[in-house]
Design a protein around this ligand. Structure first.
Ligand SMILES: Cc1ncc(COP(=O)(O)O)c(C=O)c1O
Length: 557
């Protein structure tokens, strides 16, 4: 039995021969294992790509070590492996060949019919013909199915581990504030996490529409300016019994002392330590670990209006199988136990958001395993400390809405800027439409919408702003981007889609505001299924018009 390994692999399996110096031992041993790569190695005997930070199982290592493994380059975060596998009979001609030999393709969500891409069985070319590009799509059923998946994983984990607490799903509105997203989420018996003042207006709008009631949990996070504290207090005084202000700094409680008139549940956010490579040691968000007990003892315990029910933390890097994540979770659960021994009303922990989404076609995250491990960790520490297992809240944002979103672009034209660098110019912008690609080097699933029967080319994708940073030239698994070749004789333009972009992109880019180089926000279309499963589409907003920006800029009344 081999040990488990994790390889930080960005690379590919090549059909070509050796292309570098042998470096067979470039794999690092880690405590936990993934499961994907082995099948990749065994099934795909051709050009196959590995995901960033993939987890490689022992059998995978076993499978490839006898092969010739060539390390092309590595930096502190990633290594690029090139493998040589014998595959004399496979040739790779078309874009379709490239994708299906690189990944286990088609997948449940991505298929191809008549050389055109389908997303959840949706004819994307049909939508382009109807609505044009750039086109921002939201496929609502995906939001509900994500929520149901997470609930089932928690339920299964609770049953398997015998965990005694209950699980509650909150949607964190900051991932996407759009009404159609929040309403879809609320169809699934979820609760809400807010992060700023205007979120309270969303709560009120949802209450008016009957989408939530006064028992819905409203977990109020964030460093709160007075208006936010005021509006939270108003909800509490109006009888929203599960509106829970999460104390983010010590002074926040003063306002509630002065203004809250009803019984009020409270939470405290503890400030976690940041990931070791981060610029700061401790998060600026939340209350210091050492201040939690005095805050309870001095400002909450004796006041009959207040009941401390929840302890909260959030790990910025998400729920990941890293020693950093497990050690922060353990520290947090120990703090819960310490406080629970002093505070019998403390029944709940809120472990924040951070459940990741797929940013590559190849699944690389074992959700049930991670959730089970989270439950086991909490359970073990509570047993050691002799404290009841808490109810668990989560606030999943990106997981709820990320995979429901796509943006489709036309390739307007191409520019060959030297002998090698070919640019495909899109009719939108990465900086303004997909700001995470620019600010965080976030990768999404990028696929051609049409032309799957054409040969493919290595290209760079260029955005419309004048900023030299407005480009996309690497995928999660490889530092290159390939798309079908364009020919001057082509009657139909080439279209490209970015998928799983449903979270944070509009709130970061300021949807509907002014943008870099005044690039307009794309047309937004909502996709749904009717009772018979037929696809419906409705325009939420047309492409932004010049007048909206002229008004903001003071050129028009
Ligand atoms: C307190 C809190 N909860 C939840 C989330 C949502 O995180 P995610 O979208 O990764 O699930 C965030 C994101 O910043 C957060 O700060």
């Amino acid at each position: 039995m081999l040990a488990d390994y994790q390889g930080w692999g960005r690379g590919r399996l090549g059909t070509s021969g050796p292309s570098g110096a042998a470096n067979e031992q470039s794999i690092t041993k880690t405590p936990r294992a993934g499961y994907l790569c082995k099948s990749k190695v065994r099934k795909k005997r051709a050009f196959g790509c590995y995901t960033d930070q993939m987890n490689c199982h022992a059998e995978y290592v076993e499978a490839f070590l006898p092969l010739r493994c060539y390390s092309k380059c590595f930096d502190t975060l990633s290594m690029t492996f090139f493998f040589s596998l014998p595959s004399p009979t496979l040739s790779m001609d078309t874009y379709h060949d490239l994708i299906s030999q690189t990944f286990d393709f088609p997948t449940q969500d991505f298929t191809v019919a008549d050389n055109e891409l389908q997303f959840h069985g949706i004819d994307l070319m049909g939508l382009i013909e109807k609505h044009g590009t750039p086109l921002r799509l939201t496929y609502l059923p995906k939001i509900s199915s994500q929520i149901q998946r997470a609930k089932q994983w928690f339920q299964a984990g609770i049953e398997k581990t015998g965990y005694k607490g209950r699980y509650t799903y909150c949607y964190c509105t900051k991932a996407s504030h759009f009404s159609f997203v929040v309403e879809e989420a609320l169809k699934n018996d979820v609760h809400i996490e807010t992060s700023s003042w205007f979120d309270v207006s969303i709560i009120r709008a949802m209450y008016q529409k009957g989408r939530i009631n006064k028992d819905t949990y409203i977990i109020c996070n964030g460093f709160k300016r007075e208006e936010y504290r005021r509006d939270i207090t108003a909800l509490i005084n109006e009888g929203f019994v599960n509106c829970v202000p999460i104390i983010d700094h010590l002074g926040e409680i003063d306002y509630y002392h002065e203004h809250v008139r009803e019984q009020c549940k409270l939470g405290i956010r503890v400030a976690s330590d940041e990931e070791p490579r981060f610029q700061f040691y401790t998060s600026r968000l939340g209350v210091r670990y050492t201040d939690v007990v005095p805050l309870y003892e001095q400002r909450i315990k004796e006041d009959p209006r207040f009941e401390l029910t929840m302890l909260h933390y959030f790990i910025n890097t998400g729920i990941k199988d890293t020693s950093y994540y497990w050690s922060e979770l353990s520290r947090f659960v120990h703090k819960y136990c310490e406080l629970r021994k002093l505070c019998p009303t403390l029944t709940t922990i809120d472990i924040g958001g951070g459940l990741p989404i797929q940013t590559s076609i190849q699944p690389d995250y074992d959700y049930p395993y991670m959730i089970e491990e989270v439950l086991r960790t909490i359970q073990r520490i509570c047993a050691e400390e002799g404290v009841p297992e808490p109810d668990i809240f989560t606030e999943f944002g990106i997981f709820t809405v990320g995979e429901s979103g796509a943006t489709l672009y036309s390739i307007l034209d191409e520019k060959l800027q030297n002998d090698k660098e070919l640019w495909y110019m899109i009719d939108g912008s990465f900086i303004t439409n997909l700001p995470d690609t620019w600010a965080l080097n976030q990768r999404f699933i990028m696929l051609a919408v049409n032309g799957w029967n054409k040969s493919y080319k290595k290209i760079q994708l260029g955005g419309l702003t004048c900023d030299s940073q407005d480009y996309y030239n690497a995928e999660k698994h490889i530092y290159q981007v390939f798309l079908p070749e364009r020919k001057p004789v082509d009657k139909e333009p080439l279209y490209v889609g970015f998928f799983h972009i449903g979270a944070y992109q509009e709130s970061l880019s300021g949807y509907g505001g002014i943008k870099h180089c005044l690039i307009p926000a794309p047309k937004m279309v909502i996709l749904d299924r009717d009772a018979d499963g037929n696809l419906t589409d409705r325009v939420f907003a047309n492409e932004q018009k010049p007048e909206t920006m002229m008004r903001i800029l003071g050129y028009q009344e």
